[in-house]
Ligand binder design. Structure first.
Ligand code: IPE
Ligand code: IPE
Ligand code: MG
Length: 247
């Protein structure tokens, strides 16, 4: 597959791309390597895809790095993933600043192991003034958790008399989500051939274009991102209207 960069319309690039980075384990297994090496190789893809997204003007990139359900994996894998996260965040801060990447996180991050939480908070603090692209890591994230938390926050406000039930709007709800201030993703990519959402961004992807590729995450790079964006640009987004209305 040749690189499709020259075919991309740079005036019509998604503002926000979300990715379910899947297939690290199968990538490693296929090569007879331990799963952890798949996760390590996945970091390379994170670097390449973040830079490729920034280069063509994507403003937000949200990466699903660890789901709430992932705690149920074998403890050794969970520990290794948390260690890899700390190492990666610490090791990347310099380059994130050099490339003007702002780091953010969504999910129940306070419940992460202390070292992971600290590395993450340091990374967020030290990159907060960068404005080329925002890299949002979904960590200990679950969309149902996020929706429940938003509901509780809103109910508390109502209990205190700060909000009336009839005044709860989409924007009230959005401001209670952990993605508040971030536009909804126009494009959601999942690698590794699985065609499910796995509890990711349920509210925010209401009208996202979905793109599934069989490529395992460690093999997904600049060229694959360009291919996904080109595929997105060939689609007609109708938002309930007819084709005649939107063209
Ligand atoms: C994605 O790769 C990374 C995480 C979920 C942390 P997987 O580890 O799910 O890889 P497969 O799906 O087993 O191949
Ligand atoms: C989804 O991948 C979560 C992340 C990519 C972090 P999983 O590999 O955990 O998803 P399932 O279990 O196949 O749905
Ligand atoms: Mg998986």
């Amino acid at each position: 597959m040749p690189d499709q960069l020259s075919k991309i319309n740079l005036d019509h690039v998604p503002q926000h791309i979300a990715i379910i980075m899947d297939g690290n384990g199968r990538w490693a297994k296929q090569k007879g390597m331990p799963r952890l090496l798949g996760h390590r190789s996945g970091v390379k893809s994170v670097r390449e895809v973040t830079e490729a997204a920034a280069e063509i003007g994507v403003k937000y990139l949200t990466l699903y790095a660890f789901s709430t359900e992932n705690w149920n994996r074998p403890p050794a894998e969970v520990t290794a993933l948390m260690t890899l996260l700390v190492e990666t965040i610490k090791g990347e801060i310099r380059d994130l600043n050099k490339n003007k990447v702002r780091l953010q996180a969504i999910g129940d991050i306070e419940a992460l192991p202390a070292a992971t939480y600290k590395a993450l908070m340091d990374g967020i603090e030290q990159t907060k003034n960068n404005d080329r692209i925002t890299l949002v890591l979904a960590l200990n994230y679950s969309a149902k958790w996020e929706i429940l938390r938003a509901t509780r926050l809103i109910a508390e406000q109502a209990q205190k008399g700060l909000l009336k039930a009839e005044d709860i709007s989409e924007s009230t709800f959005e401001s209670a989500l952990s993605t508040h201030g971030i536009p909804d993703p126009e494009l959601l990519i999942r690698t590794s051939g699985e065609t499910r959402i796995s509890n990711f961004l349920l509210w925010q992807i209401a009208y996202a274009e979905l793109y599934f590729t069989p490529v395992f995450w460690p093999d997904f790079g600049r060229k694959e991102l360009h291919e996904a964006i080109l595929n997105y640009q060939r689609r007609e987004r109708r938002f309930g209207l007819t084709s005649e209305q939107v063209s």
